[in-house]
Design a protein around this ligand. Structure first.
Ligand SMILES: Nc1nc2c(c(=O)[nH]1)N[C@H]1C(S)=C(S)[C@@H](COP(=O)(O)OP(=O)(O)OC[C@H]3O[C@@H](n4cnc5c(=O)[nH]c(N)nc54)[C@H](O)[C@@H]3O)O[C@H]1N2
Ligand SMILES: Nc1nc2c(c(=O)[nH]1)N[C@H]1C(S)=C(S)[C@@H](COP(=O)(O)OP(=O)(O)OC[C@H]3O[C@@H](n4cnc5c(=O)[nH]c(N)nc54)[C@H](O)[C@@H]3O)O[C@H]1N2
Ligand code: SF4
Ligand SMILES: [Mo]
Length: 740
């Protein structure tokens, strides 16, 4: 029988109305704190340093942490509000059990653990070990990521573990590995300062990595030229020297054409290519037809602008290329990434001061979390779960027989498909809200309804958790010790400032207790996070992500250490590849052919407009955290449809009109925001909301064949003007429902 979600009204009855929380007097963060704790923001991959103010075991405010080298005290709108989660009235204070047709009721931990263990045994006994899957997330620390990887393989004994970075970092990771054999941005941000050119592709930096914008503008103040590649005139693009407003899904055509121009004009470093790279011939022959005129036609960017971009890039002596999800979340995301890297390699501008390349890591621990083994195909130290040597090395550390180590399992989207097929019957999720964040979420919803047993670990009741049988009250970042790795590759310490409120528990203690009850306690003997980290160090030794020389002490003293750091005495590696010895088998950097291919769904007569999706500055990911904070909600309470005035005129659309946006997967009604900062053939909707406000009702689930990342950035839609506007009452309801 299909399981129904616990609906918002039932939750409100039981726990009182949700609040878009704005603290009242007495809680303004200006009372005398008991202590100030130096830690990091829980949100994006910048991992800005922050000091949290603590009084009576509560986080009551924050102060800048001036000395932390990357952000030097600067914070963005989310960073200055994040402390409000700790005492939020919506915090889960007990484990919750679903009572069908009634809603969630608190249950004691003993009862919750008993139920989980008996369901794991029942499902695995009946259908096999792989019928119980796990989904994890990279807002979690390195220690938790590592421990969850081990928990799934050693305690649950399942192959089917994957993580939310599958939606975020995997295309970049796969591209980096193909080109360099290692997956890390090449330099610390300090090297941006004197780069002559910085090219930023598919990254809305001023909204998504606001504190990095300062670093980019600092470079501009030193004379750097900024080139931005984005279908929208983002706030950052407005300050660029050149903006290429390409049609979504056409990046590889652009990079191919630029590469060709670089060679045609001899703006390349022959010596570097000859000595330190391979694959240039195949790469060039794959793009022989990528002429300027052809690229203008495909990308919609004028030939003149493409030539200018090539010339600015080609003639510079130092340069940086940065990209984010705008080029990665495509069925050809890996091609786009290697297409960018080809431009860097052609000019040999890597491994030198002020020369570098990087993917801008998204989630808080998007870097460390993609290295330490909670991906379906990976073991700690970015090792390959199908590689015999990697399997042996990790089995030895874990004290298990290599034969008992599961093999490669399903990726996040494939897990949803396997639930539909009836192959996976049970699920445990931590730090992931797939009902909002996966594409085509009507399909995801029907998968959740099919699960025989589902347990979610979260500190708020997310949209997905409403489909759970049990919800375990877990911990916020500031409730446990640990480390995270920033977008630069710098391993830093996050600190426990307070203990979890009420009856909530730390994520680590929940996983360890489950391991104990599954009879594998001896494999999980950790007394604290540092012991987990020390095991991670060993498991990563001599790997593609070597943390062996990094200790808690060193991180503290040195304000973070850059991996690779193979020995205790090693200084860490802020700038990679200075010796031009890459991590590939032939030690060379690899050019990879990346000719243009069509996106999986192109526009046609019925669906004539391109839909692309992404973020706004005040909301974070699936919104579970930021849709509960009053000031952030005020800034952007509900999704809007960004549409160009010319396209709007074609449909008679005016600002605020309610537009029905329809794709082959679903539809939603969303108010129009008529702006000149977007292409005329494209509309944009941010994705931070659930239910009828979720743009992932519309998106397509085609995956990149290599990375298994979904194509969030392009699909085809049509627009229907309903001719209505939101009434005042509806506007206020929309605002209320932003958290419901
Ligand atoms: N405020 C805020 N900040 C965040 C987050 C958040 O949710 N909110 N999330 C964090 C995380 S996990 C991530 S992954 C990052 C994401 O950071 P970004 O990648 O910067 O964010 P997005 O909005 O997803 O997409 C970036 C840009 O890609 C453009 N784009 C769309 N299609 C294409 C295309 O085909 N080609 C090119 N070149 N560009 C295209 C969009 O117009 C958009 O401006 O942000 C991190 N920071
Ligand atoms: N259409 C569209 N969809 C997208 C994207 C897009 O650009 N467009 N971007 C994709 C990207 S890049 C990403 S990263 C994903 C993100 O997608 P998700 O990972 O699903 O988003 P989050 O909001 O981070 O969900 C994490 C959940 O974990 C909880 N949580 C956070 N920290 C912790 C913790 O420390 N412990 C525990 N126990 N729980 C925690 C939060 O409360 C939240 O409910 O979305 C993807 N979806
Ligand atoms: S830029 Fe990222 S890490 Fe820094 S304060 Fe903002 S959300 Fe937090
Ligand atoms: Mo992300």
């Amino acid at each position: 029988m299909a399981k129904l979600p616990v609906d918002g009204d039932k939750i409100i009855e039981q726990f009182g109305p949700h609040k878009n929380y704005t603290p009242k007097e007495g809680f303004k963060g200006n009372s005398d704190p008991d202590k100030l704790v130096k830690t990091h923001c829980c949100f994006c991959g910048m991992q800005c340093g922050i000091q949290l103010k603590v009084k009576d075991n509560k986080v009551i405010g924050f102060e800048p942490w001036k000395e932390f080298p990357f952000n030097e005290g600067r914070l963005c709108p989310k960073g200055v509000q994040r402390y409000l989660q700790d005492n939020h009235p919506d915090r889960l204070l007990h484990p919750m059990q679903r009572i069908e047709n009634e809603g969630f009721k608190p249950i004691d931990w003993e009862g919750a653990f008993d139920k989980i263990i008996s369901e794991i045994h029942r499902i695995q006994g009946q259908y096999g070990n792989n019928a119980f899957a796990m989904l994890s997330g990279v807002s979690l620390t390195n220690e938790k990521s590592y421990m969850i990887g081990k928990f799934a393989r050693v305690a649950l004994k399942t192959a089917n573990l994957d993580y939310n970075g599958r939606l975020c970092m995997v295309s970049a990771g796969a591209g980096n590995k193909k080109a360099f054999g290692m997956d890390r941005s090449s330099n610390s941000w300090a090297d941006l300062k004197h780069a002559e050119v910085i090219m930023v592709a598919g990254a809305n930096v001023s909204e998504t990595f606001p504190t990095l914008t300062y670093r980019l503008w600092e470079a501009r103040d030193h004379g750097a030229k900024l080139v931005v590649i984005d279908p929208r005139v983002t706030p950052f693009a407005r300050t660029a020297d050149l903006h290429l407003d390409l049609r979504p899904g056409t990046d590889s055509a652009l990079y191919g054409a630029i590469l060709k121009i670089l060679f045609d004009n001899d703006w390349v470093d022959h010596e570097f290519i000859e000595k330190y790279t391979s694959g240039i011939e195949e790469t060039l022959s794959a793009i022989q037809d990528h002429t300027l005129e052809w690229a203008e036609e495909v990308t919609g960017v004028s030939a003149e602008k493409i030539r200018m971009a090539a010339e600015i890039w080609g003639r510079a002596k130092t340069s940086f290329l940065l990209h984010a999800r705008g080029i990665e979340q495509h069925s050809k995301g890996v091609d786009n990434v290697v297409g960018c890297i080809n431009l860097v390699l052609a000019t040999g501008r890597i491994g030198k001061p002020y020369c570098g390349y990087g993917t801008i890591t998204g989630q808080g621990n998007g870097q460390g979390g993609r290295e330490h083994g909670h991906k379906c195909d990976q073991l700690p130290g970015n090792r390959d779960i199908e590689n015999p040597e990697d399997r042996k090395a990790v089995s030895e550390i874990w004290g298990i027989d290599e034969k008992d180590l599961p093999r490669k399992g399903y990726s996040a989207w494939e897990i949803i498909e396997a639930i539909h097929r009836g192959e996976i019957k049970g699920l445990i999720s931590i730090c992931f809200n797939p009902l909002v964040s996966l594409p085509n979420n009507n399909y995801v919803r029907s998968a959740l309804e099919k699960l025989e047993f589902y347990v979610a670990i979260d500190f708020f009741l997310s949209e997905t958790a409403r489909y759970a049988d049990l919800v375990l009250a877990g911990s916020l970042q500031e409730e446990e010790e640990g480390t995270v790795t920033t977008a630069e590759g710098r391993v830093v310490r996050v600190r426990q400032c307070v203990t979890p409120p009420g009856n909530a528990r730390t994520d680590t203690s929940i996983i360890l207790e489950l391991a104990r009850r599954l009879g594998v306690e001896s494999y999980f003997p950790y007394k604290n996070s540092e012991e987990i980290f020390n095991e991670l160090r060993k498991a990563s030794r001599n790997s593609r992500a070597d943390y062996y020389g990094i200790t808690y002490d060193r991180i503290e003293k040195e304000m973070g250490v850059f991996w690779p750091c193979p020995e205790i005495g090693h200084p860490g590696t802020p700038r990679l590849w200075e010796d031009y010895k890459f991590m590939t088998p032939d030690k060379k950097a690899h050019f990879n052919p990346a000719p243009y291919r069509l996106s999986s769904e192109m526009t046609d007569e019925e669906y004539p407009i391109i839909l692309t999706t992404g973020r706004v500055v005040s909301q974070y990911l699936s919104g579970t955290q930021t849709r509960r904070i009053g000031k952030l909600v005020d800034q952007y309470p509900e999704p809007l449809l960004e549409i160009h005035p010319k396209l709007a005129q074609k449909y008679g659309i005016q600002e605020g009109d309610l537009i029905r946006v329809v794709t082959r997967r679903g539809e939603m009604v969303v108010p129009a925001n008529v702006v000149e900062t977007i292409r005329e053939d494209t509309v944009f909707i941010p994705y931070h909301w659930g239910g009828k406000h979720s743009v992932n009702q519309l998106t397509i689930s085609t995956l990149d064949a290599v990375s298994k990342m979904p194509e969030f950035k392009v699909c085809a839609c049509k627009l229907i003007n309903t001719g209505k506007k939101l009434s005042k009452e509806e506007e206020s309801r929309a605002y209320q429902s932003s958290i419901g």
